[in-house]
Design a protein around this ligand. Structure first.
Ligand code: CP
Length: 317
């Protein structure tokens, strides 16, 4: 069996590996914040990014992460690549692989694209988002942001632990409630978070109109106002109109009237508010809440660079 590790789903990493990853990510964060150069574990390493869907955060933070670690990045411009001339994705992968990269980071509209690619290469494949299936680094950065708020001290105490419980390793996170709000059925971010956050013992409540809910054994609701009062975290999602077969809402304003996270909805709850981005302002979350200190949306972006540095270091170096 090959000992190459891939990151395609959050379940590719054990709980112990995730705790170590978070320690390393926080060390990187401290260095980045103080503008101190990090060590360069990716020196002389080449990483290819190949994004078949648009991205601001994932692509740029992976590229920054590679550069921060001393590596070289090659961004394949998909619109100018031979995939637009009919080359199959496996042939593209085999050709990229022939250039001996140290990792390939891919985003693709098809669920499972990362798995497919991993059969054609001999370097780690990192999934930057595949269809509605999975977005592992997003969920990892989301969990780190939650832990930073509720369980940082406890995380530090695990730094030298020999063994970590595979389920709910942090008491400060176990039992915390999170509402994942919006277009859950089309969301790879929701899928990855559901696996990861339940593994860390959080109670996940899906809040959406019925046509945005997957079949699930999790608790569900269509009453955001009521649920918002009982949770520790609200994670709003973008309505993924590009993945809808048919127009579901005449206007996103109809949706927003029930599912936008507003100051009135959040009230005095000392929860934190997350969103993976891109945010539809005043549809997903209103302007006032985005400015509120409980909103950690930009902290998530900062954590994205550090988590991806730690993941690259783990998988490549
Ligand atoms: N969160 C996220 O995946 O954002 P991008 O689409 O900008 O990468």
């Amino acid at each position: 069996m090959s000992d190459i590790r891939h990151l395609i789903r959050t379940s590719d990493f054990s709980t112990q590996e995730i705790i170590t990853l978070f320690h390393n990510a926080l060390d990187y964060k401290q260095l980045l914040m103080s503008k101190t150069p990090t060590h360069q574990p990716l020196k002389h390493k080449n990483v290819i990014t190949i994004f078949f869907e648009n991205s601001t955060r994932t692509l740029s933070s992976f590229e920054l992460a590679v550069k921060n670690l001393g590596g070289d990045i090659l961004r394949l411009d998909v619109s100018r690549s031979s995939t637009s001339k009919g080359e199959t994705i496996s042939d593209t992968a085999a050709n990229l692989n022939a250039m001996n990269p140290d990792a390939i980071i891919i985003r693709h509209r098809n669920a499972g694209a990362g798995y497919y690619l991993s059969a054609h290469v001999n370097c780690p494949i990192i999934n930057g988002g595949d269809g509605a299936h999975s977005h592992p680094t997003q969920a990892l950065l989301d969990l780190l942001t939650i832990i930073e708020h509720f369980g940082l001290e406890e995380l530090q105490t695990l730094k030298n632990a020999d063994t970590i419980a595979p389920f709910a390793p942090l008491d400060s996170i176990k039992g915390k409630k999170i509402a994942i709000v919006g277009d859950v059925v089309n969301s790879r971010v929701a899928n990855s978070n559901i696996e990861l956050l339940t593994r860390f013992g959080m109670e996940v409540i899906l809040v959406a109109p019925p046509h945005f809910l997957p079949q699930t054994s999790l608790r569900t609701s269509d009453n955001l106002k009521a649920i918002a009062q009982e949770v520790d975290v609200i994670m709003s999602l973008r309505t993924q109109t590009e993945r809808h077969d048919q127009v579901i809402y005449g206007s996103l304003k109809d949706y927003a009237s029930r599912f936008c996270v507003t100051k009135e909805i959040v009230g005095d709850n000392p929860c934190i508010i997350l969103h993976p981005g891109p945010v539809h302002r005043n549809i997903d979350i209103d302007d006032e809440v985005l400015k509120d200190s409980r909103s950690k949306v930009l902290e998530q972006v900062t954590n994205g660079v550090c988590v991806r540095m730690a993941a690259l270091d783990f998988l490549i170096a």
